[in-house]
Design a protein around this ligand. Structure first.
Ligand code: CMC
Length: 424
């Protein structure tokens, strides 16, 4: 097969030949990595047209609303798999055999406790600190515990790091919540499955046992799975960029957590629920849709729109189904916020503004309602996203570090002063 090429014609220059690369799925990419040697850089703030790496972990077709992890559609994984199995799939590349899966569960179990010394870090935070700010700090602090023994060129060390992160992140997430409400930390229980253990650490107290509802644990597990990875989004790209300098991986994950926090990214689930509460009544939905369309109003419909999906976010479809199940199981399916969400979705999907701009509900539109029904406070929503996305981040970091890579170093279009002399 002949290799396709692109030619860039710049006035006064011979055409510059650029190779075109093909992946297994998706659009071909024009390889511009050599363009700098011709005296030009490309300009693409927001990276809307730029592929920053090769990856074989996750594939998204935004036009068709397809999300594949290692080739498996998210709908099938949500139906047949569970979060820890998806963690294994993302990191190792294949689904585990039954034996590999039970070995993996055992391994994760051996790492669930956080170093006791780490609990003192929490006391440095105000009680009213946002749990995401605590997560940025304590996950970054893990690097202090596992630095000297960490050789990022050693595949086994990278694997242990991934295991530690997947195992400890629910413990730290639950600790950040317990700290904020002034309750003692609850230690992990390895006889419980991953999601049940998280709920136990969130809601048990030393004086009272917490009975984990299997329905809620299943919903929690599904929320974890639906957030596990999403190719080169802002936080994953940040983890890769931080990792490209060969920084400690725990510190890189902390950088990912910081990036996820914003309302345009992982913070949207919290912002979405706050928006639904602010709307407060189905009768006010039209008013808010009008505000979202008004260019002079900064308000946007949270949980709507996506950089890549120009169709229904496939995760939102599964999320909506889970939402139905959870609310029905809890007998609260006439919950006002859910009714507002349903109406908002209907009005927006029929509105020419949202149709033209291809703005559909994203994963965060329904996740907040489920989390709220489970009893998770709003300030913990993005923490849960971070917990789940940790496996995606570390899998991408591992993929990058396993192959030859260079430090990430974008260029710029300088628009400042030309050179000038310091005033006499
Ligand atoms: N409500 C109203 N208008 C919107 C919205 C919205 N939620 N999203 C996009 N638009 C409009 C936007 O005003 C712009 O209009 P125009 O072309 O007239 O200037 C157009 O649609 C394109 O928007 P954009 O901001 O240029 O698109 P983007 O790809 O840079 O941003 C986004 C994507 C997700 C940040 C954006 O859609 C948004 O702010 N959504 C609300 C926040 C949200 O739900 N974020 C969660 C994303 S999914 C979870 C995750 O992956 O983290």
């Amino acid at each position: 097969m002949t290799e396709k090429k692109a030619y860039l014609n710049i006035e006064g220059h011979d055409p510059i030949e650029l190779p075109i690369l093909s992946g297994t799925l998706g659009a071909d990419v024009i390889d511009i990595s050599n363009l700098g040697s011709h005296g030009y850089f490309t300009f693409d703030p927001g990276y809307t047209s730029t592929g920053a790496c090769k990856s074989s972990i996750t594939y998204i077709d935004g036009e068709k609303g397809i999300l594949l992890h290692r080739g498996y559609p998210i709908e099938q994984l949500a139906e047949k798999s569970d979060f820890l199995e998806v963690c294994y799939l993302l990191f190792y590349g294949e689904l585990p055999t039954a034996e590999e899966k039970s070995e993996f569960i055992k391994t994760i179990g051996t790492h669930t406790m956080a170093h006791e010394q780490l609990s003192f870090f929490f006391r440095g935070f105000r009680r009213d600190a946002h749990p995401m700010s605590i997560m940025c700090g304590v996950v970054g602090a893990l690097s202090a515990f596992y630095h000297d023994a960490m050789d990022i060129t050693d595949a086994r060390h990278r694997e242990i790091t991934a295991n530690r992160l997947v195992a400890k992140i629910p413990t730290l997430a639950a600790m950040s919540y317990k700290y904020s409400i002034g309750q003692p930390f609850v230690y992990p229980r390895n006889d419980l499955d991953y999601a049940s253990n998280f709920l136990h650490m969130m809601f048990a107290t030393p004086c009272e046992e917490y009975k984990v509802s299997p329905v809620l644990a299943k919903a929690m597990d599904r929320i974890f799975m639906l957030h596990a990875d999403h190719e080169q989004n802002a936080s994953t790209s940040t983890v890769r960029l931080a990792g490209s300098s060969q920084a400690n991986p725990f510190a890189c994950i902390a950088a990912g957590i910081a990036t996820l926090w914003g309302p345009a990214h992982g913070g949207a689930n919290e912002a979405c629920l706050q928006m639904l509460m602010e709307i407060g009544d189905e009768s006010r939905v039209d008013e808010y849709v009008e505000r979202a369309k008004d260019k002079n109003d900064p308000f946007r419909l949270m949980g709507f729109g996506h950089r890549v999906y120009k169709n229904y976010d496939p995760r939102a479809v599964v999320m909506q189904k889970t939402c139905d199940e959870v609310l029905a199981e809890l007998g609260i399916n006439d919950e006002p916020l859910f009714r507002i969400a349903r109406k908002l979705e209907k009005v927006a999907l029929e509105d020419p503004y949202f149709i033209e701009k291809k703005l559909y509900p994203n994963v965060d539109f329904y996740s907040g309602i489920i989390l709220r029904a489970i009893g998770i406070p709003t300030s913990m929503f993005t923490v849960i996203f971070a917990l789940a996305r940790t496996i995606g981040w570390i899998s991408h970091w591992n993929e990058m570090v396993s192959e030859p890579y260079r430090i990430g170093r974008p260029r710029q279009l300088y628009t400042g002063h030309p050179q000038r002399d310091y005033p006499e």
